[in-house]
Design a protein around this ligand. Sequence first.
Ligand SMILES: Nc1ncnc2c1ncn2[C@@H]1O[C@H](COP(=O)(O)OP(=O)(O)OP(=O)(O)O)[C@@H](O)[C@H]1O
Ligand SMILES: [Mg+2]
Length: 233
Amino acid sequence: MPVISFSTPKGGVGKSTAAMLLGQALAHRGAKTFIVDTDKNHSIAGWSARGGSMPNLQIKATQDAEEVVDIIEAEREQNAFTIVDVEGIKSMLMSNVIICSDFVIMPMRETFLDAKAAKDAAKLTLSQRKVARRDIPFRLLLSQTGAIKSREQKDIIKEVRDSGLPMFKTELALRTGSFAAIFSHTDSLFSLDPKEIRGLKSAQDNAMAFADEVIAWARQVRAAEAGDNRNAA
Ligand SMILES: Nc1ncnc2c1ncn2[C@@H]1O[C@H](COP(=O)(O)OP(=O)(O)OP(=O)(O)O)[C@@H](O)[C@H]1O
Ligand SMILES: [Mg+2]
């Protein structure tokens, strides 16, 4: 079943947050989901170690470039989705994870430097495609966005789109009360108390819209592959 990794060679773009939100949203949908946390900050594994849990979600940490391959290959058989969070530095581990991935997601804020890093991440994935001799679909994900965009932010997004890089329609908004606080609770985003968290429903809907777009993407790629195989037979 699909392996989805979050990799961009830049820190702070929102990889761990997006990986956690996707994992929780898929688990909330009822899909057996596994997150491999390879980030040295261990944000996701730290949540689990502090007692964070939810049904259908399992988490394991490693920073070993070889062990991560073994974990991914074992877990892809056992789970509906395996998600891998990668630290924001180009490394052998990042290359290994991309080669093992069925989908790569590259979060970016609406800044010049994040757009540059997202383009670098796309280049790395395109090069890993050649090594793997198969397609590794990827998409950029706008992260920590606001409802109102400045002229500069609009130009940055237009430039990325015009360069032909695929992008999710869903953006993960900047939500300090819910998304930024996701690692500090032991509840999941879907079991928090709406009386305690301002804007919880919108945050849940946002995370779910992202997960649904990932599910639709995975189905679309699977259908295209099935068509190719039929044509080749
Ligand atoms: N959508 C969001 N809304 C609010 N805060 C966010 C959001 N996404 C990320 N953050 C915050 O931004 C910071 C960086 O996010 P995160 O740790 O997810 O980035 P990262 O890409 O995984 O970084 P690294 O490469 O260092 O692992 C964190 O403090 C996180 O809480
Ligand atoms: Mg991280």
